[in-house]
Design a protein around this ligand. Structure first.
Ligand SMILES: [Zn+2]
Ligand SMILES: [Zn+2]
Length: 776
């Protein structure tokens, strides 16, 4: 008997063929295995050939994700041996593996002075190493990666061609004799050093309290000793004093525990092959300087994801041996650093830098030295950021380690593109049965980010051989993504309302058909009624939506500029609460004093002008206003800072809700004016920012739950979908979720894409695909 087996999914670059080869040999079978651009093709013959597909299903290689396994009979050929054949092109495309953090086997060799790859910073195997970031084309073979220029030395070639070796067909396989090398340059033209000397120089630089720019897996990173307050302050200063948190890297979970609380689930996430940045509760009194994350209650930690990172912690500059036992893998001596700041190497809002020439030009003002290497980064991927919440992983940023894993969609549909929004942009391409969400691209506000958008789109279209027949875009005419979509001739274009796309992203992930009660809370999104939306209750499914309620729209004084200055928004809410005039209260007078009396007067005047001050129902603005009033943040140095400070001030405690009203009419409006007046009472009685912050969160949660209850009673719907960046606020998400549960209703949230605007491209693509299917 001979059987033909076609396997699809993430089956290339994950050690699939050696597994097949070993399995076939164990069962005494003849035949072949080969990669094609559609997946992996296998033919087996022999007495036990019938057992093969079940055996493969039962024990696939650890990193494989099988989405299809088709078995059929084939004519017997009397083959004598089982062989691995060269790859074959086959029309369709195959799923590309994401990049994978260094595995335990490779780390043991890296730390073993007797191993030929001792301290070699590019060690990898079929179970680990770069994938997506180095792949130019499929099939995933070495000539189609940025490893093509490196010819294998005889020893590496032997491993590569030996099916019994754990580096069999490991495309990035390399060693110090034949592979990429690291180079160190001090800023100011000091002589370059290579190999372990370069790593030693980089460590010395970091120990001296300086800032290092290093080429990581998917782009450059800026590093400094996280416990050196002066070094952190220098980096903060050079990063133009934005208060955005720096990511941290520690060498193991025990080290992370010195600074942050780590649950068993969070530990598993930190150690996972994806190695994301995990947001963790800061341990009181931790030695991490405040300047690392001035606005946040959490610290974002990751473990080393490449051998180069690992060596920064463990390579001893004085003695040429590592501090980790090759046998136990445990630290025998303390590492060079307890923690390193490891933040994205970019300028302001531009994407992460991937090439050395650009890095040396644009990162020079930030760094005192460069640790480069000559393995090309084809696709840049930033570090992913996640957190655990109520037993699930929530994405803040989805990139390295997770992209391009496909998200399955129901049924089969035409290929479409959702081109996303403006900030935290991603795009989504669909294949017949799934959605490919791009890595985090960034804010589409400058030329470099637009280039990144276009290069990533071209790459994913070509790798997956997707030619979208239609494009979904946001309704905002000023978004780059909208303007770009409208320029694409010969392709159907369709505008999707921002908050409907948020809710649809939850439908796409969960497979819920709807209709659902959708609650989309974010900063701003274009409303079809010429106001800015952002505190929205939608009755929505995959075909239509109705705005069933919203937060009360208030003037955004001077337009989008108010977003950077929460005090302006606070004055606007207070004027609304006071019926057009500011309440004469101590906290209001203090706010006006801080802002300057004439600036405050100007804001109140501009507020009356509807051309200059559009109405906004944005939930983000509401939180920012409360933060300013509570004296926590008058100016945002990055998007969402004031709201983040408000959540941090609450310290996880909610308190008694303030009063609010829900107006009648169509649609009903949630009016927080009574809450602002009661908040002023609290402040007048001497309540601190923490108490006020907790009560304010409780208020918004209570109002949302009340409105959800009303919609449930009016419609009978029991499924509630929550999305939008404001739901990244854990205190709010927890309170809303438990309130909805108390009503006996079901909450659904994003868990495969971010709830922020990084998720809307998935919603757009999902809706457009359904629309085309319905029109058919
Ligand atoms: Zn490995
Ligand atoms: Zn070699």
């Amino acid at each position: 008997m001979r059987w033909r087996i076609d396997v699809t999914g993430v089956v290339q670059g994950v050690g699939f063929r050696p597994t097949v080869w070993r399995l076939a040999r164990e069962l005494g079978l003849a035949g072949f295995v080969r990669n094609s651009s559609a997946g992996v093709e296998i033919e087996v013959e022999g007495a036990r050939a019938g057992e093969f597909s079940d055996a493969l299903r039962a024990s696939p290689p650890p990193l494989a994700r099988i989405t299809g396994l088709e078995v059929r009979e084939a004519p017997e050929q009397g083959a004598a041996d089982f062989v691995i054949l060269p790859s074959r092109e086959a029309g369709a495309s195959t799923d590309l593996s994401p990049d994978v953090a260094t595995c335990g086997d490779c780390l043991r060799e890296l730390a073993d002075p007797a191993d030929r790859r001792f301290a070699y910073p590019f060690i990898n195997c079929t179970n680990c190493g770069p994938r997506y970031s180095i792949t130019l084309r499929v099939p995933y073979d070495r000539p189609n990666t940025t490893m093509a220029p490196f010819a294998l030395c005889p020893e590496c070639a032997r491993e590569y061609h030996d099916p019994a070796d754990r580096r069999f067909h490991a495309q990035p396989n390399a060693c110090a004799a034949c592979g990429p090398t690291v180079t160190f340059h001090g800023v100011g033209g000091a002589d370059a050093m290579t190999g372990v000397e370069a790593i030693r120089a980089a460590i010395t630089l970091l120990l001296d309290g300086k800032v290092l720019a290093l080429k990581g897996l998917g782009g450059y990173q800026l590093a400094c000793d996280a416990l050196d307050a002066a070094a952190v302050a220098t980096l903060r200063e050079r990063k133009r004093r934005s208060n955005k948190a720096f990511a941290l890297m520690a060498c193991d979970v025990d080290s992370v525990r010195a600074f942050a609380e780590v649950s068993a689930e969070e530990e598993a996430l930190l150690r996972s092959p994806e190695r994301p940045i995990v947001l963790l509760a800061r341990r009181p009194g931790s030695l991490i300087p405040d300047a690392v994350a001035p606005a946040a209650a959490d610290l974002g930690f990751m473990l080393p994801n490449t051998p180069l990172h690992w060596l920064l912690f463990h390579w001893r500059s004085a003695v040429r041996e590592p501090c980790v036992s090759a046998v136990s893998g445990r630290a025998e001596r303390s590492p060079n650093f307890k923690a390193l700041v490891m933040t994205s190497g970019n300028v302001a809002d531009e994407p992460i830098v991937k090439n050395a020439d650009v890095a040396h030009r644009v990162l020079a003002p930030f760094a005192d030295g460069f640790l480069d290497h000559d393995r090309g980064i084809f696709m840049r991927v930033d570090d992913s950021v996640v957190r655990r919440f109520a037993g699930r992983t929530l994405f803040v940023r989805r990139a390295r380690g997770y992209v391009p894993v496909a998200i399955p969609l129901p049924g089969s549909g035409p290929p479409v593109l959702g081109c996303g929004g403006e900030v935290k942009n991603t795009f989504t391409l669909t294949t017949p049965g799934s959605a490919l969400v791009s890595q985090h691209i960034g804010d589409l506000e400058n030329h470099e980010t637009l280039e990144f958008f276009l290069e990533t789109l071209e790459n994913l279209k070509s790798v997956y051989r997707v030619a979208p027949v239609a494009i979904a875009h946001d309704l905002h005419p000023g978004y780059f993504s909208t303007r770009w979509a409208l320029e694409q001739a010969g392709c159907e274009r369709w505008g999707v309302q921002h908050h409907w796309a948020h809710i649809a992203s939850v439908l796409a992930e969960t497979g819920l058909a709807g209709p659902v009660i959708g609650v989309a809370l974010d900063g701003s999104g274009y409303g079809p009624d010429d106001t800015i939306w952002g505190g929205e209750f939608l009755i929505a499914d995959g075909h239509s939506y109705e705005r069933a309620a919203s937060f009360l729209p208030v003037p955004l004084p001077g337009g989008e500029g108010a977003i950077r200055h929460p005090w302006r928004m606070a004055l606007s809410y207070l004027a609304t609460a006071g019926g057009g005039v500011l309440p004469d209260r101590a906290a209001v007078r203090a706010l006006v004093t801080r802002a300057g009396a004439s600036a405050a007067a100007t804001v109140l005047k501009v507020r009356e002008n509807r051309t200059l001050s559009p109405l906004s129902s944005g939930a983000g603005r509401l939180f920012e206003a409360a933060a300013a009033l509570a004296g926590l943040c008058d100016h945002n140095t990055f998007e969402g800072e004031a709201a983040m400070r408000l959540e941090a001030a609450a310290g996880g405690r909610l308190g008694e809700p303030y009063p609010f009203t829900i107006t009648g009419g169509a649609p009903p409006r949630l009016d927080f004016s009574p809450a602002f007046l009661a908040l002023l009472d609290d402040l007048e009685f001497g309540a601190g920012g923490g108490l006020v912050a907790g009560r304010f969160h409780a208020t918004v949660a209570a109002a949302v739950v009340e409105q959800v209850g009303r919609l449930h009673r009016a419609t009978g719907l029991r499924d509630v979908a929550l999305s939008g960046g404001v739901f990244q606020n854990r205190l709010l998400l927890g309170a809303v979720t438990s309130g909805i549960a108390a009503l006996g209703l079901h909450t659904h949230t994003n868990s495969r894409v971010p709830a922020n605007d990084g998720g809307i491209s998935l919603g757009q693509a999902y809706l457009l695909r359904l629309r085309l299917l319905a029109l058919k």
